[in-house]
Ligand binder design. Structure first.
Ligand SMILES: Cc1cc2nc3c(=O)[nH]c(=O)nc-3n(C[C@H](O)[C@H](O)[C@H](O)COP(=O)(O)O)c2cc1C
Length: 310
């Protein structure tokens, strides 16, 4: 699994469905717990402790006290403990400490291909399920069990929750500042040609425009008036991506037919015309550098440049 940290953060979602029977290796469980312990803590007081549970009998005991049940089919679980001690004077950062540890573990779980859910409200409510789980695990009274994280492979699809738009909760240079947005202009006829999820973007947003009108006998050159853009060809579509600058952006293309050939001189990229080195008529394509004898470049379709006097 090769994910960037940002991909892992953006792909993580709470999973509340059934888990497959596949066990979580002790190594993976330890890596996830190490990620939790690596989190920052106020004044480095390290108020968070963890108990990994992968023993089926103990898991069954824990599940039996969770009512209504959650994480019933999880093959492993991490129980999060906190010590509510002050970092300095009367400042206790225990909640922040264990929250940072939990998020680190959720990301490690995602990165390793497992799923989980932060179960805290469910077990710390008035019925104090958390205390019953703590008793099963012999947790001393000066530690509080605050959260359980099931770990396992998801059996079903994830339900992705709806979250507010970026600009409803995040701004630049002041509270609720209105951001200037810019347009991406391209030609799309009946969904053919260029398409994109939206056409108005804020500065710094990632833009992806898809070109879906590819013809195999045609070579395309894409034009985008930004400093830097990436063109990825998937075979059936071309993805053009860039970061939105502080101006409107025009996306267009020019194309050349690469199957054009002179009568009786079959020449294309699969089967280029043979070049006679002594042939004064051979020419080097100014666009792609290919050596040609025909009227059009067999590689890119560029016409032969005119000779003096032609
Ligand atoms: C402090 C806290 C307590 C939570 N407790 C529960 C819980 O008891 N049961 C539950 O199903 N989800 C619980 N969640 C998960 C949230 O419901 C979930 O993160 C939220 O709906 C957003 O979904 P996402 O995690 O997929 O982004 C808790 C999350 C946090 C941060």
């Amino acid at each position: 699994m090769d994910m960037s940290v940002i991909d892992t953060i953006l792909n993580r979602h709470s999973y509340r469905g059934r888990y497959t029977d596949e066990k979580v290796s002790r190594h993976d469980l330890r890596v996830i717990m190490e990620a939790g312990l690596a989190a920052p803590s106020g004044c480095n007081k390290q108020t968070t402790s963890l108990i990994g549970v992968d023993d089926k009998k103990i898991l069954e005991k824990i599940i039996s006290v969770i009512d209504p049940p959650v994480a019933e089919t999880a093959p492993a679980m991490i129980c999060v403990l906190t010590q509510r001690i002050n970092a300095y004077r009367d400042k206790c950062f225990a909640i922040q400490d264990y929250s940072a540890a939990i998020e680190n573990m959720l990301l490690a779980i995602e990165e390793l291909g497992y799923k989980s859910c932060w179960y805290e409200g469910h077990i710390t409510d008035d019925d104090r399920i958390c205390d019953r789980i703590a008793d099963i695990l012999n947790v001393p009274k000066d530690y509080e069990l605050v959260c359980i994280l099931p770990v396992g492979r998801a059996e079903s699809d994830i339900n992705v929750p709806i979250k507010k738009e970026f600009n409803e909760r995040a701004w630049f240079n002041g509270f609720n500042t209105n951001e200037t947005e810019y347009r991406v202009n391209f030609e799309s006829i009946g969904g053919f040609g260029f398409t994109s999820k939206k056409v108005v973007y804020a500065v710094g947003e990632h833009v992806e425009v898809i070109f879906n009108a590819i013809m195999t006998d045609t070579s395309y050159t894409f034009h985008v008036n930004v400093d830097d853009f990436k063109v990825t060809n998937t075979g059936s579509t071309v993805h053009i991506s860039f970061i939105m600058p502080d101006h409107d952006v025009d996306v267009s293309y020019t194309s050349k037919n690469v199957m054009m050939y002179e009568p009786n001189t079959f020449s294309n990229s699969m089967n280029p015309a043979p070049i006679d080195q002594n042939d004064k008529d051979s020419w080097i394509c100014p666009a792609c550098g290919a050596k040609n004898t025909a009227k059009f470049c067999f590689e890119c379709g560029t016409p032969r440049p005119k000779k003096d006097g032609e």
